[in-house]
Design a protein around this ligand. Sequence first.
Ligand code: SF4
Ligand code: SF4
Length: 111
Amino acid sequence: MVFTEKDANYEKNISRSILASMQTPAVGEAGKTGSWRTVRPVIDASRCTVVKTGKPTCHFCWMYCPENTVTRTIPPTFNLDYCKGCGICATECPTKCIEMVSEKESRDGVC
Ligand code: SF4
Ligand code: SF4
């Protein structure tokens, strides 16, 4: 079998598609988690780098969230319909301005 340039382009496009799908998780791949999440992320915007600089310079929280539920905005926001409370955003935040707060405390109005 002869491997043509057309075959090579086809394989290249397939590889790009696979890579793109791996790099771009769909929102809420674990389904709506609001009912079973036990902790939620709460941001202290006054300590957030993008808020302080007014520029999209950080956004590690957006980049590392496995559920794609953090917005790349100033300030970042969390879609709690799909956030599963894993805490990766809080762990990766360089200024530690995201705190994981128990759902019970947030329901009771403690935070
Ligand atoms: S805790 Fe943070 S990283 Fe984990 S799903 Fe929620 S927003 Fe994303
Ligand atoms: S990782 Fe932390 S400092 Fe960076 S944008 Fe997100 S909340 Fe702000």
